[in-house]
Ligand binder design. Sequence first.
Ligand code: PHE
Length: 502
Amino acid sequence: MRRCKRNLNVAFSFSNKVMSICDKKKVDLNCEICDNIARLKSNEHRSSKAMSSNRGSFSGKIGFILAAAGSAVGLGNIWRFPYLAAQYGGGIFLLVYLILTVTFGFALMTAEIAIGRKTGLSTVGAFKKLNSRFAFLGYMGSVVPMIILPYYCVIGGWVTKYAVTFLTGNATSAASDTFFANFTGKSTESVLWLLLYIILTAVVVLLGVDKGIEKVSKIMMPVLVVITIFISVYTLFLPGAIDGVLYYITPDFSKFSVKTVLAAMGQLFYSMSIAMGIMVTYGSYLKKDVSIETSVRGIELFDTGVAFVSGLMIVPAVFAFSGGNQESLGQGPGLMFVTLPKVFDSMPGGTFIGAAFFILVFLAALTSSISLMETIVSIVKDKFNINRVWSCIAVIVLCLVLGIPSALGSSVWAEIKILGFQFLDFFDFISNSVLMPIVALITCIFVGYVIKPHSIIEEVELNSNKFKQRKLFVIVIKYLAPVCIVLILISSILSGLGIVKI
Ligand code: PHE
């Protein structure tokens, strides 16, 4: 390429004059500088378009904290956390989890939100903008919600079915041994509940960031907290419940091992919705004057608080019901869908408590699936330059295509296995045990050694906000987190494939 004389003097200042020459289409196509200017202009146009009104934004700190906490608080807090705590030594698990939250969780979440806000883009564009060689990280991060959302909607559909069953006064039928197997075993029924749940999620996403996600979170999250506290206070008064509380909070040091730490760390990523591009996307909607550090502390408090109180609600209730039998707590999915309905049915006022509980789980799941869908919609929208409605339709189709096999995995497709897993378990394993630790690890390396921690610190300290925990942030991102994540990754793959048992 040659350089045309006209632009030679002005080219490096990229002045308005040069831009207007390009506007008038007097660009010399063979000129390297004209070509560069045109490219620069179109990039600038694209990114300002992305940052501008069509992206939407949260109205302020509270809206942001509640929406991000809405994403974080989900099935992981209400169903998974209590049984992990019961299984891994009660109080000792709680302590390890708390320490990891305020160190690892804090550092990773801060980094993701800052990356989103700094670039004003969703995950694919964000990493690419910071360093084009790391665009792949954005793609990897965006695959995780695409895998999680469809099966999360399948479970969301089951929860909706239970909420409706309790609300219509059919607690006894929900408590029967065969209820869960019966309805998940009917293919049309599970697909219909899946479809209903996807539509409910999509309606909120279609309403947009401030009018949909923020508004819904501002209503649902306080309701969720009130219901959680109400049910836990109620269950604490059941006969035999206090033994369950003691079992839940007393540290059992004999159960402490490296597995406790690994289980707590895996739960932490999932529960805080990190390593999957969600916090990058939400960060891109955050205004520059909001403090990232205090927001992250608020989200952590919400997430860990709801997880802890959920344990207080479930462990003592199941303990009292089963006469102190610890095994009844370690049943995985069966705990929420098979054991708990029986517990509710046996309590005075159980229909009401059961309905309140499944409404709670429904709200928690819905705010999480909204964040998953929003993240994918935002990626599709930025990538293909289409509007929210079309990208939402594309995501609904994706959800159905990947969700239907998971929904049918308990009925007509029960025989089909991938690496020994049913569809739903396979998607869960690939996303949580393989992709999330990999994305978290590369994110730490990217922040610690490529863009360097100071670029995140700068963003956190914008508008004269102080970054109080900056030292902790640097140590965790550069050294502690990478080492520990490699450990989780190896152990979770080995345990997922049944080579070791965690
Ligand atoms: N954090 C959510 C929970 O605890 C789960 C979730 C995972 C939500 C991934 C969004 C994305 O259940």
